[in-house]
Design a protein around this ligand. Structure first.
Ligand code: GTP
Ligand code: NA
Ligand code: MG
Length: 405
């Protein structure tokens, strides 16, 4: 159908930012519930999606955690959303996870709105936040830039209407449409196992319509929808585009970020799963062929001039020491490009970064968790760990030598 005949759909908006800057509280105010107060330790542990009926119509919101351990979840949040709200506390300004959230939104190429929260605090310093935003190349409209900045308070509600207004304005410009009659497309935002109910998967329908009784294929699993609930917990029979739903019917929990498709019957569902497994295996083999290991590089020689590295170490001192040595080893022939240097064990986010940048992860005096190691193995990323700094440097020397031979 021509695009202008496809109906409009509600925007999907993700709320990102540093820990405790008020993301969940802001959403609570918008949907008038009290989720933040009920969370264990006041920390959002998962990605929740819900639908809010606002004065500007329906908006789907995705809450994300600010804690640094959740990088990959935030990255997924940016990929399913049309618009990203970056929440910055007015008393704290830009913090590490704020920068990361901005980077994810920019990488996903979604329009971004900055909400400066906690404006009610006497320590709020909006001018400082705006200066810090400019330093991040986010120039507020009032200074001639194109970054939409709204001051809000999740406590008093100040500015929240303006924020909703801005969301609907941006959504209108984006001209978001989806066909409820198209083939089903959706994405898993989270899943969990409930002791009584079984596997519950939270999905946002992106196009088409999902119905109770449908066979769904998610990643490499399939299931038949036994029950469907909306984000307020009401039983529903079907759900169209831009609707977050909870699905009961999978025997195993799907992974957040998995795409959801529908099949006509169980046979077709099983065949779709089978072909996906084959596609994945072929993809992995192709990746294995493409990606060079350190050993390949020692033996290969000549071609690689750029060495991408992710560096993880136990203290700021060792990070700086290693970076200093690496900087001196960078020459006209070989560029040692440290994509990310950080304190503490490597995260899943580091592995995702290394995977997109074809980087090697070097760890000094920090050990990856089994979970992160597993993801690295799956993605074919080398995670090298050292306890002696000179051994790490020796490795880098071998890498450089490999590129020169
Ligand atoms: P994570 O999910 O853990 O990253 O945190 P969050 O960004 O969702 O922040 P959350 O909503 O949990 O709020 C953190 C703290 O800030 C809580 O104690 C809130 O009551 C407080 N807070 C949130 N918004 C405001 C606000 O506008 N004004 C004031 N004074 N306090 C706020
Ligand atoms: Na919090
Ligand atoms: Mg939260």
């Amino acid at each position: 159908a021509p695009k202008n005949e496809v109906p409009h759909r509600a925007p999907v908006v993700t709320i990102m930012g540093h820990v405790d800057h008020g993301k969940t509280s802001l959403l609570d105010y918008i949907r008038k519930t009290r989720v933040a107060a009920k969370e264990a330790g006041g920390i959002t542990q998962h990605v929740g999606a819900f639908e809010a009926k606002t004065s500007k119509g329906k908006i789907v919101f995705i809450d994300t955690p600010g804690h640094e351990a959740f990088t990959s979840i935030r990255a997924r949040g940016a990929n399913v959303a049309d618009i990203a709200i970056i929440v910055v506390a007015a008393d704290d300004s830009i913090m590490p996870q704020t920068r990361e959230a901005i980077a994810h939104a920019q990488a996903a190429k979604v329009p971004l709105i900055v909400a400066i929260n906690k404006m009610d605090l006497p320590t709020a310093n909006i001018d400082k936040v705006k200066q810090d935003l400019i330093a991040q190349n986010l120039v507020p409209e009032e200074f001639g830039g194109d970054t939409i900045v709204v001051g809000v308070s999740a406590r008093t509600g100040e500015g929240v209407e303006d924020l909703l207004e801005m969301i609907s304005l941006v959504a209108e410009l984006e001209d978001l449409r989806a066909d409820p009659k198209a083939e089903l497309g959706g994405v898993v935002v989270e899943s969990r196992v409930d002791r009584q109910m079984g596997v519950l998967a939270n999905v946002i329908v992106q196009q088409g319509t999902l119905r109770v009784g449908d066979f769904l294929v998610v990643g490499e699993r399939y299931g038949k929808i036994k029950a469907l609930t909306d984000s307020l917990g009401a039983r529903i029979k079907d759900a169209g585009p831009s609707t977050p739903v909870q699905i009961l019917g999978f025997s195993e929990a799907p992974t957040a970020g998995d795409m959801v498709a529908s099949a006509r019957n169980e046979h077709e569902a099983r065949e779709m799963v089978q072909s996906r497994v084959t596609v994945r295996r072929d993809g992995e083999q192709a990746r294995e062929k493409r990606r060079m290991t350190l050993d390949d590089i020692f033996g290969a020689g000549g071609e690689v001039r750029e060495i991408n590295l992710v560096l993880r170490a136990d203290t700021q001192g060792s990070v700086e020491a290693i970076q200093g040595i690496l900087a001196r080893k960078t020459s006209e022939q070989v560029n040692l490009n440290v994509m990310l240097a950080g304190i503490g064990a490597p995260t899943e986010g580091d592995v995702l970064l290394a995977s997109t940048a074809n980087a090697t992860i070097l760890c000094f005096s920090v050990v990856p968790s089994p979970g992160v190691q597993k993801v690295a193995t799956q993605k074919g990323i080398e995670l090298k760990t050292y306890r002696i700094i000179y051994e790490l440097i020796d490795e880098v020397d071998r890498l450089i030598k490999g590129t020169q031979e």
